[in-house]
Design a protein around this ligand. Structure first.
Ligand SMILES: *Cc1c(COP(=O)(O)O)cnc(C)c1O
Length: 300
């Protein structure tokens, strides 16, 4: 049984808020794919791992990595919500767009982190609620969510959603655009905005300590920089799993999910939220044409 939502907002539960909100997306549903991680047997300088998409692999191919005990993680395919305007931007607009339309907006220009971040986080909470209802994300199961962070709004929205819905989920966010201090400040301010909407009785549920576990990328760099071999890694993942990653954002979450599912906490389900990033690939293809050529890597 699903626990009752424990955080009431303005006298209402978060579940009530979600059910009373007008949404852009007709349904919160999204595909969830399971990826297995095997050591690569190709000669060096080959990639370290071979991936297999157990959800889409044909049964006859034996679904490489389908044996019990093979490290695996889930990918929440929000990149499939729309061909271009997908991922966490679609989730953020999910709650915001109907509000703007009601106020007569005909065009929307966005310019990075806006003050409506707490409204954007509500869209992410709708995703958490949806996932928590799937049998594979059963509420009693330990779930470890992995996400890449720009402003950190998505990560905080996921963590707040989990706490408010009484789920024992952990959220690890890979910091890509700022310092730990700035992410913690952003987290505090979002939590305090959110508490502003809540009935006082529930403030203790969201303590003053942080909810999100912020981690550095394994290979830190100035925001937006692409290191050698990363576009090749994205090509490898695309070939082996059919999942398109970008080297700036989603590859960082992928690497973190691979690390976590091979690590100590293997009893917890690891689930990476695919935040999209499809549009950014077009810019990268112009900046690094040699890595996007059909013959890059010697592979067509
Ligand atoms: C915008 C974006 C982010 C950053 O999301 P925040 O909520 O600002 O942390 C991360 N990944 C992708 C692919 C994005 O497009």
């Amino acid at each position: 049984m699903r626990p009752a939502p424990v955080l009431a907002a303005g006298g209402r539960t978060v579940g009530n808020i979600l059910s009373a909100t007008e949404w852009m997306l007709p349904s919160p549903a999204t595909q969830v794919h399971t990826i297995s991680v095997l050591p690569s047997h190709s000669p060096s300088p080959a990639p370290q791992f071979a991936f297999s998409n157990l959800t889409t692999a044909s049964k006859s191919s034996g679904g490489k990595g389908d044996q019990q005990g093979t490290p695996r993680f889930d990918v929440v395919r929000d990149d499939l919500l729309h061909p271009l305007a997908n991922g966490n931007k679609a989730r953020k607009l999910d709650a915001l767009l109907p509000l703007l339309r009601r106020r007569g907006a005909t065009d929307v220009i966005t310019c990075g982190g806006c003050q409506s971040a707490h409204a954007a986080a509500v869209g992410v909470m709708r995703l958490v609620e949806h996932l928590s209802c799937l049998s594979s994300f059963h509420n009693d199961e330990e779930v470890h969510i992995v996400v890449d962070a720009g402003t950190g709004t998505t990560a905080v929205g996921l963590a707040l959603g989990a706490v408010c819905l009484g789920l024992h989920w952990r959220v690890t966010a890979v910091m890509l655009a700022d310092t730990l201090e700035r992410y913690q400040e952003q987290e505090k301010s979002l939590i305090s905005d959110f508490k502003g909407l809540c009935h006082e009785d529930c403030h203790h549920l969201v303590g003053t300590d942080g909810l999100v576990h912020w981690v550095d990328r394994s290979s830190p760099r100035r925001f937006g920089k692409v290191l050698g071999g990363e576009i090749a890694s994205c090509r490898q993942v695309a070939r082996q799993t059919g999942i398109l990653l970008d080297p700036v954002y989603t590859l960082a979450a992928w690497e973190q999910a691979v690390d976590l599912c091979r690590g100590d906490g293997r009893e917890a389900k690891v689930a990476m939220i695919h935040t999209g990033g499809t549009l950014g690939l077009f810019g990268l293809a112009q900046r690094y044409p040699q890595h996007f050529a059909a013959t890059a890597n010697g592979q067509a």
